[in-house]
Design a protein around this ligand. Structure first.
Ligand code: SF4
Length: 542
């Protein structure tokens, strides 16, 4: 196997024997084969676009299939063999439709002809032949950009999947996914063409995130500042992790009046800020921190656990019999709920002891989405003009297990008292319960939400830039980003598409970026690796 799509990749180079994430070589091969098979669907989808042939069902499937290959999403080989077979069935269906409508179908490229082998070992062998490094003739810099694009569209597909679940779609997003999937089949594209494709991926990701923002806010209302208890309430309990608000809503609805309290874990924390979710009396509080601590935290949780989207790790023995997956997530032998009926989760919660007593804990604030922040824009602008607020730091991105991630906690602790820290995604869990005080009533620590809410952060930055009559790069705002997986790749491409300069990125740079590609990024965007909190604060603030 060879995989280097996430930040924790082995030795900072690539996982070759087994994934640091727990991905086994057979699953790695099946994921590569799935992407390969999707290129076949994409060939006909792109032809179909030209003659008005589209399939919403296949578009949605393509997003789900790509999302399944993200880091920490699906580890179940059986699910992948099913996805590969379905991909080929959809390819043939689309080919037929395109042919009937008079479109071109005479592709002789291999993904258009691919037939999955049987049994599964055969499929695994096929997958081993089509991995990330299977074509030795591709120029290393072009390969780096091809992989940047591939990991970027995996991120886009995750956001598009979340959005479509809430009824928001745009053909433009699907069209680009297909265009990007077949791009490597075109051997004439230059380095500049690939840079352009990568930046277009950022543009499309902005649209996907806009759709998701509309889906979330139109369905559940705009988040409002909300106190969330970190303690526990005596009684039965369900812990919901991941990102999918609709799954959380379904659990809240189905568990009403059963004496069960619902807790969030990881990226689900910002759900407490949504009016249509916090109206449920039994939606109690938040338990634990970020995804990489789940083995310890889930083992101590006395109720049922549901993983709604990515960030699943190998379930520990202690909780393997009371964790469930739904959506694109999967682990062999872990019960999977595919139909939105969470009765098994509720039954399990009722059978488990739950919390035996009330436990007092700290409280944290969430719910500072674009509507809440821009609702006090005048106050913020005044504070900047008067010098009360000197600088904003967007400390955003994913958390992870590497020790270098202490940088972000230290950075926030050392930020001067006249600086406001905006947070986004699970990197905040290293410091989310710190009391940083306020500046004239404006809290110094403002959580915008999940990684899925990056659109909200961008809107806040753009609105502030407009209010000051400057560009985003001229604002007293610095972006200190931590990346982990492919959604972060897509967001980074969006920021580059928007022309954002001077991003500090850590804890390490992507293994798939070559020195020449890094040079392009530095020349055009002045992107830079994090150094130490002291050095970076000095460089930013002088
Ligand atoms: S997803 Fe990350 S940790 Fe898992 S196999 Fe790939 S590079 Fe390794």
């Amino acid at each position: 196997m060879f995989s280097y799509q996430c930040e924790q990749t082995a030795k900072g180079e690539g996982c070759t024997k087994v994934g640091v994430c727990g991905k086994q070589p057979d699953v790695a091969a099946l994921q590569d084969l799935l992407v390969y098979a999707l290129r076949g669907v994409a060939l006909y989808a792109v032809e179909g676009q030209k003659i008005g042939v589209r399939s919403e069902e296949i578009n949605r499937f393509t997003c789900k299939a790509l999302f399944s290959t993200l880091t920490n999403v699906n580890f179940d080989p059986e699910r992948f063999t099913g996805l590969i077979q379905q991909t080929v069935a959809f390819r043939e269906q689309l080919k037929e439709k395109v042919s009937s409508a008079g479109g071109r179908t005479d592709f002789d490229t291999a993904p258009a002809q691919f037939r999955p082998g049987a049994p599964v070992e055969e499929m695994v062998k096929q997958g081993e032949g089509v991995g990330l490094k299977s074509d030795p003739d591709v120029d290393p810099d072009i390969l780096a950009l091809q992989h940047t694009l591939l990991f970027g569209i995996k991120g886009v597909s995750a956001y598009a999947d979340h959005a479509q679940i809430l009824g928001k779609t745009d053909d433009k997003v699907y069209d680009f996914l297909y265009e990007a999937l077949i791009a490597p089949l075109n051997k004439t594209l230059s380095l500049d063409d690939w840079v352009t494709m990568a930046l277009r991926c950022g543009e499309i990701n902005l649209r996907a995130m806009e759709l998701l923002d509309a889906g979330n806010t139109e369905t559940y209302g705009h988040p409002t500042p909300t106190k969330v208890p970190l303690g526990a309430k005596k009684g039965k309990a369900i812990l919901v992790s991941g990102h999918d608000l609709k799954d959380l809503e379904a659990v809240l609805k189905q568990s009403q009046r059963k004496g069960i309290c619902i807790y969030t874990h990881g990226e689900m924390l910002p759900a407490h800020g949504y009016p249509e979710l916090k109206k449920y009396d039994h939606f109690y509080g938040h338990y634990g921190t970020a995804w990489q601590n789940q083995a310890k935290e889930f083992a101590q949780f006395p109720g049922a656990i549901l993983m709604t989207t990515n960030c699943l790790q190998r379930p520990g023995k202690i909780y393997a019999d009371h964790i469930f997956t739904t959506g694109c997530v999967g682990w062999p032998d872990v019960p999977h709920i595919a139909d939105g009926d969470f009765a098994p989760v509720i039954e399990k919660a009722l059978a488990l002891p739950g919390f035996t007593k009330d436990t007092n804990g700290k409280e944290v604030m969430c719910g500072f989405g674009r509507n809440a922040v821009l609702g006090v824009a005048n106050k913020v602008i005044e504070a900047v003009k008067s010098g009360a607020i000197r600088h904003f730091f967007l400390v955003a991105g994913c958390d992870g297990a590497k020790p270098g991630r202490n940088y972000y906690t230290e950075f926030v602790e050392k930020a001067p008292k006249d600086a406001v820290v905006l947070t986004l995604a699970c990197g905040k869990f290293r410091f989310f319960d710190k009391d940083l005080g306020d500046i004239g009533g404006i809290p110094r620590l403002l959580d915008i939400g999940q990684c899925n809410d990056a659109y909200s952060a961008i809107q806040i930055a753009v609105a502030l830039a407009n209010a000051f009559g400057v560009g985003v790069n001229e604002l007293p705002l610095s972006m200190i980003l931590s990346w982990y997986e492919q959604k972060a790749c897509a967001i980074l491409l969006t920021l580059l598409h928007l022309g954002i300069q001077n991003i500090r990125l850590g804890p390490s740079l992507p293994a798939f970026i070559t020195p020449n590609v890094l040079d392009v990024l530095i020349k055009n965007f002045n992107i830079m690796p994090i150094s130490t909190p002291d050095e970076d604060l000095k460089a930013i603030l002088g």
